[in-house]
Ligand binder design. Structure first.
Ligand code: ZN
Ligand code: ZN
Length: 263
């Protein structure tokens, strides 16, 4: 499996991805909002975009479908429950579906509600594995739930699906928010040396060459994976004393998400 991350440079800080078969050159484009940039990136690599995958229905992920479809004839795949809202979807996806790209790439569809209730994360069974996480999991952060989402569902997705993936899984999110998210992690857990160290470089990095994290590293730097950390809980109790001394992980997650909304 070959992967190319395409940095949009737009104000929404979108990342797009091309996932290609090394044998055939066929490629899938993930959330290609700035579709011309994706087309140019594919041409540089000698790839042909034959499929488009939308992780979810928000227009900053689907807005490039029509242009890229016109230019390439690619088919569009998205969560079955998001297809009507997106329009022009050729293949509706459910949990466990497999998307094949060329002869060598297999991508498993994870049904990952929370940011919206019709969100797909793609898990590439490669060495190392890779997770294309849309707006569910960001580097050092979690998606918001403002536009059709639900924080309890997002917690369940994190706890029962994402946290159980192999530690070496590469994380490819839909937006570049690393520095801001690390600042939130450090606001919640000032003693987090891993987050502090990475923030030093993230503040000055070029998003086009930003670090690709692993799930194992996310568990160190992402407060939404650090729900039993004593400092996270102690500082959360200053804001929400009602959660008590031993809040469960779901309560901590939901309160962190609530704080992040206004932080
Ligand atoms: Zn979104
Ligand atoms: Zn988005």
């Amino acid at each position: 499996m070959l992967t190319e991350r395409v940095w949009s440079g737009n104000s929404l800080r979108n990342f797009h991805y091309l996932i290609a078969c090394g044998e055939t050159g066929e490629a899938l484009a993930v959330d290609p909002l700035e579709w011309r940039m994706c087309l140019e990136a594919a041409a540089r690599r000698g790839w042909q975009i034959t499929q488009i995958l939308n992780t979810h229905e928000h227009t900053d992920h689907t807005g490039g479908n029509a242009g890229l479809k016109d230019a390439t004839g690619a088919t569009v795949a998205a969560h079955a429950a998001a297809a009507a809202r997106i329009g022009g979807v050729d293949r509706g996806l459910t949990a466990g579906d497999v998307i094949r790209v060329g002869r060598t790439v297999e991508l498993e569809c994870l049904d990952t509600p929370g940011h919206t209730m019709a969100h797909i994360c793609l898990l590439a069974h490669a060495d190392p594995p890779a997770l294309f996480s849309g707006d569910t999991l960001f580097n050092a952060g979690a998606g918001n739930c403002h536009n059709g989402g639900n924080p309890l569902a997002l917690y369940t997705t994190f706890a029962t699906q994402l946290a159980r993936l192999p530690e070496q899984t590469l994380v490819y999110p839909g937006h570049e928010y690393l520095a801001r998210n690390l600042e939130f992690t450090l606001d919640r857990e000032p003693d987090n040396a891993d987050a502090a160290q990475l923030l030093g470089t993230a503040r000055h990095h070029d998003p086009a060459t930003a670090v690709v994290t692993t799930l194992g590293r996310e568990k160190l730097i992402n407060t939404f994976f650090r729900l039993q950390n004593p400092q996270v809980i102690a500082r959360l109790r200053e804001k929400f004393p009602e959660i008590g001394e031993r809040p469960d992980a779901q309560t901590v997650f939901v309160k962190l998400r609530e704080l992040r909304n206004r932080w």
